[in-house]
Design a protein around this ligand. Structure first.
Ligand SMILES: [Zn+2]
Length: 476
């Protein structure tokens, strides 16, 4: 990583990119041809002439030559330590989709056939995080959420979600070795497994939330695994599985009412303590219970904590309306929709599968939709995520293509910035916001989403520093 001298009194920019397209993704969708960066922040966006005066002797000038600058990508649900330990394997890639569906180990990583943990030592945990960091920098990703790390996983099968992983993050951050901004959801319980009200509340009360530089490493809140996934008949739903069952909650409790009450109490407690809650909820009944609990929590104390539903496979239009009213977000993986729809259809019927993951309805309802990879369930390639989301949403009239692309790009930039409570300073390219950006080989607005995966990522900048630069073919 290049380091520049930030104490320099030189008023000129450290980095200028010009001669291309700059998609700011600000409220007005302003576009420019050039952008200037100083002290880790955006100094100016405009025409090439607008940034000319910011170019000094020490400014690095990148000639875009028609290439495009977009805000840095925020993969808002990405298990980086696990990804780094597994790559180049992914859960889907390893087993191959299309034969009734892979054993999705996000549903139960303890069910993996591998007996030895993927990482066991401090060095291996550091290496896994750094390895994922290198990979995601090459994909233009400048922020991510590590969704679920905590003491309940200290003896976990993979070793990738333990409290020691958080300690490795703290250490890497203190060494300034992270190349992406990291938000962490704490986990009190087992990944994709049960949790108890007592373990949750006592863990949350003892949680050390302060980090040295929260813009780089932040404990955002807490993850709750409310239910499993529909293809494994674990989602709690109003529909019926072939055996007549309807799924259930993962939260401990003597009966369903007590489990639901405990989920409710967990959400109220987290809200009271000022923690964001990300709830892994796939069944419509689980989502309804989550939304009802968030409504009660906000009625008790209205806070801008940006609680959100993760996955949300069977979310109903009514739940989406309510989520919009409550300011709740939805974190969804388009690739999981595309890859598991047939599998879902085989257990709950074609019509349920066709109505699942209603991305368009969410947009109409005004829910802030963050798109993510859930890597290493899927590879962390947001370009494929955009193509998958577009395929899932279906054809769009020719006149609306540009709006579709912009909306999908927002799912990886401005929407997750909102999830992070960080929209005042990241997610779009505006003066004084963080200089987190990604340079694409071509302007995405001249492409269909299906073409996007072929477009190379040329440059990734985080906090004004270049963390990835594609080598020209001759030098590779
Ligand atoms: Zn996940």
């Amino acid at each position: 990583m290049q380091r520049s001298n930030r104490d320099s009194p030189d008023p000129s920019a450290e980095l200028v990119l010009r001669g291309g397209t700059v998609l700011t993704l600000d409220e007005e969708d302003t576009r420019g041809t050039a952008i200037a960066v100083r002290h880790g922040r955006i100094l100016r966006v405009g025409s090439d002439a607008d940034v000319q005066s910011a170019i000094g002797r020490r400014t690095r000038v990148v000639e875009l030559g028609g290439r495009a600058v977009i805000p840095g990508i925020n993969d808002s649900h990405l298990h980086a330590a696990w990804l780094g330990a597994m790559w180049p394997n992914t859960v889907f890639g390893e087993t191959g989709a299309g034969d009734g569906g892979p054993a999705r180990s996000d549903a139960d990583p303890h069910d993996t056939s591998a007996s030895a943990p993927l990482v066991t030592t401090h060095q291996e945990r550091r290496d896994a995080i750094l390895r994922a960091g290198e990979l995601i920098a090459s994909l233009g990703i400048t922020s991510y959420t590590e969704p679920g790390i905590g003491p309940g996983e200290d003896g976990g099968a993979t070793g990738c979600f333990s409290q020691s992983v958080f300690e490795a993050y703290v250490e890497l951050e203190s060494e300034r070795a992270l190349t992406a901004r990291v938000n962490v959801l704490a986990l009190f319980g087992v990944l994709d497994g049960p949790s108890t009200l007592h373990g949750f509340t006592s863990g949350l009360r003892a949680l050390e939330r302060d980090t040295t530089r929260p813009t780089w490493l932040r404990v955002a809140g807490v993850k709750i695994f409310a239910d499993g996934i529909p293809p494994l008949r674990q989602a709690w739903t109003t529909h019926s599985y072939p055996d007549g069952s309807t799924g259930d909650l993962l939260i401990a409790g003597l009966d369903r009412q007590e489990r639901e009450d405990n989920l409710h109490r967990m959400i109220l407690e987290a809200n009271r303590l000022g923690y964001q809650v990300g709830v892994h909820a796939t069944g419509d009944r689980t989502i309804d219970a989550t939304v009802a609990a968030v409504a009660d929590a906000l009625a008790e104390s209205r806070r801008e904590l940006r609680h959100y539903v993760i996955h949300g496979d069977l979310v109903t239009p009514q739940a989406l309306e309510r989520m919009a009213e409550l300011g709740m977000g939805w974190n969804v993986q388009p690739g999981i929709a595309v890859k598991t729809a047939a599998w879902l259809g085989s257990v709950l019927g074609e019509s349920v599968a066709a109505a699942a993951w209603p991305l368009e309805a969410a947009a109409r309802a005004g829910v802030s939709v963050s798109l993510s990879s859930d890597a290493p369930i899927l590879a962390p390639d947001w370009r494929v995520g955009i193509a998958d989301a577009d395929a899932w949403m279906g054809p769009v009239p020719a006149g609306a293509r540009e709006q579709r692309m912009l909306a999908l790009l927002r799912g990886y930039t401005t929407a997750p910035a909102r999830q992070d409570g960080a929209e005042p300073w990241k997610g779009s390219l505006e003066p004084r916001k963080a200089a987190d950006l990604c340079v694409l080989e071509a302007d995405p607005l001249n492409l269909t989403p299906a073409e996007l995966p072929e477009v190379a990522i040329d440059l990734t900048v985080v906090d004004g520093e270049i963390v990835y630069e594609r080598q020209p073919a001759s030098q590779r």
